[in-house]
Design a protein around this ligand. Structure first.
Ligand SMILES: Nc1ncnc2c1ncn2[C@@H]1O[C@H](COP(=O)(O)OP(=O)(O)OP(=O)(O)O)[C@@H](O)[C@H]1O
Ligand SMILES: [Mg+2]
Length: 267
């Protein structure tokens, strides 16, 4: 794997490795992305325990208890699923292999299953966090009406790959639509993480990280129902407004940014 890119930009895997369907991020690049992550307490505990367990390999082997290595995350958009994959890679000091689903799913019969196998082969041989986003697109294929046989083949390959997955790598999958996932696939994950829109306390914590303390409480009230991603966009917009007005950010900037941004809020 070539991580010696001159810039900080992620590098594409070389074709020779058989998977030009992914982007690789070094642990350092991952660390930069997760500076402002806010995790729900439950999810923070899950991640902490997961990492503790991976550090106790010998003890687990001694007691014949298998290590966890497959995480599935589900929840609404913009709540930190992808960010958590970066966070895990940073905490484990492993590269993140971010698989692009559009690159895996192939119109040629048999290609998709073979692509799935290739990326798992890679991860079995090279310690990494293998991250498959929009996982439901693969996991629901068995029910698809067209090309049923091909879809069944993809799901079966996926099941096999999950069963055989081993070594030092961790597999992480994310989906917005957990009910679309094939139950056979679902139960192969040893670790499940649920994401929700930020609570009031989460919003305060996140907004403080973005703009400091002074307006955080008020802004957190105003932005009830927003996702983290919405909040980030609104705050950026508000900051831009303050800059062009040539003064410090005020609450009105945030209100105006919200009304312009118009997120689909679920209050
Ligand atoms: N929990 C969080 N803590 C801090 N920032 C967050 C969090 N969730 C989302 N963000 C911000 O929103 C951006 C998008 O988040 P992310 O890609 O992790 O969402 P997601 O849950 O994977 O959404 P999707 O379902 O659309 O893929 C992040 O890059 C980050 O800036
Ligand atoms: Mg995502």
């Amino acid at each position: 794997m070539n991580n010696k890119s001159k810039s900080n930009a992620a590098v594409r895997l070389p074709r020779a490795k058989g998977i030009d369907m992914a982007t690789v991020y070094t642990p350092k690049e991952c660390a930069r992305k997760v500076k402002r992550i806010v995790l729900a307490e439950k999810n923070q505990t899950i991640v902490d325990e997961f990492i503790t367990i991976l550090g106790m390999k010998e003890k687990f082997e001694e007691q014949d208890v298998p290590m966890p290595n497959k995480i599935v995350m589900f929840g609404p958009p913009g709540t930190g699923k992808t960010l958590t994959a970066f966070y895990l890679a940073q905490r484990l000091d492993l590269p993140l292999i971010l698989v692009r689903l559009d690159a895996i799913i192939h119109s040629h019969l048999g290609e998709t299953a073979s692509n799935v196998r290739k990326i798992f082969d890679y991860a079995n041989g090279t310690p990494c966090v293998l991250f498959l986003d929009e996982f439901d697109a693969l996991g629901r294929m068995r029910d698809s009406n067209d090309e049923v046989k091909e879809m069944a083949r993809v799901v079966n390959t996926l099941l096999q790959c999950l069963d055989e997955f081993g070594g030092e790598s961790v597999f992480v999958a994310a989906t917005n639509l957990e009910e679309e996932l094939d139950t056979a696939i679902w139960r192969r994950f040893d670790t499940k993480m649920t994401y929700t829109l930020p609570t009031h306390a989460d919003r305060i914590q996140y907004i403080e990280l973005l703009i400091g303390e002074s307006l955080a409480g008020q802004a957190a009230d105003l932005l009830a129902g927003c996702s983290f991603a919405d909040i980030e966009q609104i705050m950026l917009k508000a900051k831009r407004k303050a800059i062009i007005e040539n003064r410090a950010l005020n609450f009105e900037n945030i209100e105006n940014a919200l009304s312009e941004y118009n997120p689909r809020m679920k209050v």
